[in-house]
Design a protein around this ligand. Structure first.
Ligand code: HC0
Ligand code: SF4
Length: 573
C-alpha cells in the first residue's frame, strides 16, 4: 500500500495503482481520451494531466505510478488550461459535423468537450485531407474523425494479435490506417470490429445497412423476416439507458414487431440446429477417424483469421455454417414450403452483435441455389438506431414472445453468445447421445468465464472427451500454434474471434473508457445469457420440440444429405 495526497485529501491505495486510479478512490474523475484500461495505457493524448509537487512539468496520470508521500493536484488553473488547450487543438483538426455523425450522443470527444466547457475553438487550422474507406462490407474508416488516440491500433495488435491498423505517414499527415495505404477491404482484416468498439469517436464504424432494411420493410413484394443473435438481448437495453447486463429479450421482440417485420424469429433456434449438426459431426469424426481436433466455425471473424493466418487448420473446421446462416437457409426452404412463399421474395435480416457477419453473409460458398441465406445484417447499435428513428418507446414496451416455430429455443442456444457457450451446448447434447440417457449434470462450468484459454476433460460412458475454448484471436493463436505443431490431443475446440465471445462483439453498444475502468462488460452481459438459460424449460438442443419437428418433417437425420446441402459448407484459403 502507498499513501498519497490528491487535492488535499489523503488516500491509501495499492502500490500498483496509477494516479488516475488513485484519484477515483477520492471521487475524482480525471478526464481521459486515449486511455483504455488494459489495452491502451500510453499517456499519449495529454488529457489526463495532473500537477505533482516537485515535478517541473505536468504529468499524464494514466501512466503515472503512485508513490508514497506524493502530492497531486488535478484541478489547478495550470492543469485546466493545459487540458483545455490540448482538447481544443484536437478539435481544431477534427471534422466537427457532430449533428450528422453516427456517434452523435455516444462520442467520448463530444462529451469531453462539454465537460471541459469548451465553447469555442481558438485555433482554426488547415485540416488533414480526409480518407473515407468504405470498400469492405463490414467497416468504414473515416480519417476526418480520427483523433490519433491509438486505441484501435492497440486492440488490434495486442488483444487480437493482428496489427492491421497503425500510424502511417508523419507529422501533420499522420493517419491511422492499414499498411501501404491499403483499404481495409484488401488487408488481412478479420472484421471483428474490436477497433470500432475501442474508437472513442466515429473514425471507425460499421458499414450501415439500415437503409436497405427500411426499403425492404416498405416493399409490399417482400416477406421480411428478422432473427436475433443470442448476445443482442444482453446488450440492446444499454442503448436505452438500462444498466449493462440487463436482459431485454421480450422488449426486443416487441420492438421488432413494431418496426414492421413479418416474422420475428430467434437465431437461438438455429444455434440448437447447429448443435445437432456439429455434435453429430464431432461424434462421427471421433468414431470414424475424421480430422481432429474439430474446431467450431460459427464466428466469422475467426473463420477469416483461420483462412489468413492458419490455413493449415481449415480441414479442422466444422463444416457447419454459422447459426444465422443456417436459419436463413431453413427459412428459404422449409419455411417457404410450409407457407407457400417464393424463396426469392423472402428477405432475411439478422440482428447481430458482430461486424464480421456483414461480410460473412456475402460469401459465395454459403449460397444455396445461388440465393444468399441472409440478405442484411444489422448490428445491435443499428437496431437501436432504427428503434429510435421509428420513435418506438422501447422502455415502455411489453415483453412479447418470438413467433412460432423458429422462435423456439433452448438454454443451450442462448449461451452461444458467451465464450464457452457453444462448447457447453455441444457437450450437453454429445454427452446425452454417448450416455444414451437424459443426464442431469448439464452445467460445464470449466468452460465458462473470461480466462483466455480454458480446458476441460469430460468423461462420458467409457469415453473421455478433451476440449478447449479460446476467445480473442491473440489467445487463439497461442493455442493454435500448439495444435499446428501436433502438441495437443483435443477432440474439440471452440474459437470466438472476440474476447468474451459475441457479447463483446464489434457490433455491440459502445461502452466508454470510463465505464470500462469499473465494469467488465464481457462478464455482465454473459450473466444475462446464463440467467436466460436457467429460465428455459428445455436446456439441451436436442430437446427443442421444433428441432425434432424439422428433422422429422424435412431434414431427416443430422448430417443427412439434405442437411449437408443447406446447413454445411467448406472453406478454403
Ligand atoms: Fe454469435 Fe452465433 S453466438 S456467432 O457468437 O454460433 O454474432 O450472439 O449470432 O450465427 O447463434 C454472433 C452471438 C450469433 C451465429 C449464434 C453462433
Ligand atoms: Fe483489427 Fe479487427 Fe479492426 Fe480488422 S476489424 S482492424 S482485425 S481490430
Amino acid at each position: 500500500k502507498v499513501k498519497l495526497t490528491i487535492n488535499g485529501i489523503e488516500v491509501e491505495v495499492p502500490s500498483n495503482y496509477t494516479v488516475l486510479e488513485a484519484a477515483k478512490e477520492v471521487g475524482i474523475d480525471i478526464p481521459t481520451l486515449c486511455y483504455l484500461k488494459g489495452i491502451n495505457e500510453v499517456g499519449a493524448c495529454r488529457v489526463c494531466l495532473v500537477e505533482v509537487e516537485g515535478a517541473r512539468s505536468l504529468q499524464a496520470s494514466c501512466v503515472l505510478p503512485v508513490r508514497d508521500g506524493m502530492v497531486v493536484k488535478t484541478n489547478t488553473k495550470k492543469v485546466r488550461n493545459a487540458v483545455k488547450t490540448t482538447v481544443e487543438l484536437i478539435l481544431a483538426n477534427h471534422n466537427r459535423e457532430c449533428l450528422t455523425c453516427f456517434r452523435n450522443g455516444s462520442c467520448e470527444l463530444q462529451k469531453l468537450a462539454e465537460e471541459l466547457g469548451i465553447d469555442e475553438i481558438s485555433f482554426e487550422g488547415a485540416k488533414r485531407e480526409a480518407t473515407i474507406d468504405e470498400f469492405s462490407h463490414s467497416i468504414v474508416r473515416d480519417s476526418s474523425k480520427c483523433i490519433l488516440c491509438g486505441r484501435c491500433v492497440s486492440v488490434c495488435k495486442n488483444v487480437q494479435g493482428i496489427g492491421i491498423l497503425d500510424f502511417t505517414n508523419r507529422g501533420f499527415k499522420t493517419e491511422v490506417a492499414p499498411a501501404f495505404g491499403k483499404s481495409m477491404a484488401d488487408a488481412p482484416c478479420i472484421y471483428c470490429g474490436q477497433c470500432i468498439n475501442a474508437c472513442p469517436v466515429a473514425a471507425l464504424r460499421e458499414k450501415s445497412e439500415m437503409e436497405k432494411v427500411w426499403d425492404a420493410l416498405e416493399n409490399p413484394e417482400l416477406h421480411v423476416v428478422v432473427q436475433t443473435a443470442p448476445a443482442v438481448r444482453a446488450a440492446l437495453g444499454e442503448e436505452f439507458g438500462l444498466p449493462i447486463g440487463t436482459r431485454v429479450t421480450g422488449k426486443m421482440v416487441a420492438a421488432l414487431r413494431r418496426l414492421g417485420f413479418d416474422k420475428v424469429f430467434d437465431t437461438n433456434f438455429a444455434a440448437d440446429l447447429t448443435i445437432m449438426e456439429e455434435g453429430h459431426e464431432l461424434l462421427d469424426r471421433i468414431q470414424n477417424g475424421g480430422k481432429l481436433p474439430m474446431i467450431t466455425s460459427c464466428s466469422p471473424g475467426w473463420i477469416r483469421f483461420c483462412e489468413f493466418y492458419y490455413p493449415e487448420l481449415i480441414d479442422n473446421l466444422s463444416t457447419c455454417k454459422s447459426p444465422h446462416q443456417m436459419m436463413g437457409a431453413v427459412l428459404k426452404s422449409y419455411y417457404a414450403q410450409l407457407n407457400n412463399l417464393d424463396p426469392e421474395k423472402i428477405f432475411v435480416v439478422s440482428i447481430m452483435p458482430c461486424s464480421s457477419k456483414k461480410t460473412e453473409k456475402e460469401r459465395e460458398e454459403l449460397r444455396v441455389n445461388g440465393l444468399k441465406d441472409v440478405d442484411a445484417v444489422l448490428t445491435t447499435r443499428e437496431l437501436a438506431k432504427m428503434i429510435k428513428q421509428a420513435r418506438i418507446k422501447f422502455l415502455e414496451l411489453p415483453d412479447e414472445d418470438f413467433d412460432e416455430l423458429f422462435g423456439e429455443y433452448t438454454g443451450a442456444g442462448v449461451i452461444f453468445g458467451a465464450t464457452g457457450g457453444v462448447m457447453e451446448a455441444a457437450l450437453r447434447t454429445v454427452a446425452d447421445v454417448l450416455a444414451g440417457e437424459d443426464l442431469k449434470e448439464i452445467e460445464y462450468t470449466a468452460v465458462r468465464g473470461i480466462e483466455g484459454i480454458k480446458e476441460a476433460k469430460v468423461n462420458i460412458a467409457d469415453k473421455t472427451i478433451k476440449v478447449a475454448v479460446v476467445h480473442g484471436t491473440a489467445n487463439a493463436a497461442k493455442l493454435l500454434d500448439k495444435v499446428r505443431a501436433g502438441e495437443t490431443d483435443y477432440h474439440f475446440i471452440e474459437v470466438m474471434g472476440c474476447s468474451g465471445g459475441c457479447v463483446n462483439g464489434g457490433g455491440q453498444p459502445h461502452v466508454d473508457a470510463k465505464t470500462r475502468m469499473e465494469i467488465d462488460v464481457r462478464v455482465e452481459r454473459a450473466k444475462a445469457l446464463y440467467e436466460e438459460d436457467e429460465l428455459r424449460t428445455y436446456r439441451k438442443s436436442h430437446q427443442n420440440p421444433m428441432i425434432k419437428k424439422i428433422y422429422d418433417e424435412f431434414l431427416g437425420k443430422p448430417n443427412s444429405h439434405k442437411a449437408h446441402e443447406l446447413l454445411h459448407t467448406h472453406y478454403h484459403a
